[in-house]
Ligand binder design. Sequence first.
Ligand code: PHE
Length: 339
Amino acid sequence: MIEKIAKMLGEVEALRAESLDEIEALRIKYLSKKGEITALMADFRNVPADQKKEIGIKINELKNKALEKINALKDEFAVAETGNDDLDITRTAYPVALGTRHPLTIVKNEIIDIFARLGFSLAEGPEVEDDWHVFSSMNFAEDHPARDMQDTFFVEAHPDIILRTHTSSVQSRVMEKQQPPVRVLCPGRVYRNEAISARAHCFFHQVEGLYVDENVSFTDLMQVLLLFSKEMFGEDTQIRMRPSYFPFTEPSAEMDVSCTLCKGKGCAMCKGSGWLEILGCGMVHPQVLEANGIDSTKYKGYAFGMGIERIANLKYQVKDLRLFSENDKRFLEEFEAAN
Ligand code: PHE
C-alpha cells in the first residue's frame, strides 16, 4: 500500500494538461467517486491497525497534493484564457486622464448646432485658396486694400495662391456647384498678416452663413440672427444692426448684441455702450450671385460671418487671444463641453 501511494504521488506531481477538458478528466481519474485515490481510501479499512496512522497520513497527503495540482493546472488555463499574462505591469494603475475639448471647438459646435436646427448644412473649403474664390468672385475690386500684402499671406512664387482671409471664399465654392435653394454654414480657419498681440492673431476662426433662394429678405436675416443670439447668449439678448460696407453684400450691416456681461447697462467690456459687435452680414450682392453662376433676377440671398474667437471671448471672457493657440493645459482644462 505504501508503495502504491508513493507511486501515485509521483504520478500526480508530474501531471500535465493541454486543456480544461483534460484537467477535468484527470480530476475524474483520481478524485471522483470512482477515482483511484478515492479507491485507495476505501481500501484503508483493510490496513492493519498498527499501520493505520502512517498510511492515513500518506493517503491524506496524496489527496491534498492531487487537489492542489489540479487547481494549479486550472489557474494556469484561466490566466491563458483571459490573456492576463499579457498585462503590461509597467502601465500606470491610475485611470488615464481624459482630454478636454478646445474652447474654440466647443463654441464652434454650439454655433453649428443652433444653425443645424434652422436647416443649415455644413460646407467646407480649402485654407490655401486662389484669388478668385477669396476676392474676385466676392466682388472685390482689383485695387481693394484687402488684397494688399498687409492683410493677405501670399504663397511665394504663386501670387494667385493665397491663404484665405475669410470664410466667404466657401460661399463661392458652394454656389459654383449648387443652384438654390442653398442654406449652408461654413466654419473654418482664416489667415491675416497681422502682428500677434492679445487682440490680434495671424490666424483665427470664422463661421460663415449663406442662404440663397427666391424671396429672401433682410428681415429673414435679422430673424435668424436674433434667434441665434438668444440661443447663444440667453433668451433676453437683444440685437441691433448698424449700416456697414462689404464688397460682397448690399446692403451690408454689422450686428451688435446687448452686452453679455452687464445686459446692456454699460460696463468695461462694452465700454459703457451696452452693445458688443459680433458679426458682419448683408444681402448677397447680385454681382456675387452672377459671378458664381446664379441668376440674380430670380434669386436673392443673405450672408453673415462671425469670428469664433470673438464669440468665445464674450462667453468666457478670455482676455488674451494668444491663449487659444498656446496649448497650455491649465487653460484648456478650464473648459468642459456638454457634448
Ligand atoms: N467676410 C467678412 C469678414 O471677414 C464677414 C462677412 C461675411 C460679412 C458675410 C458679410 C457677409 O469680416
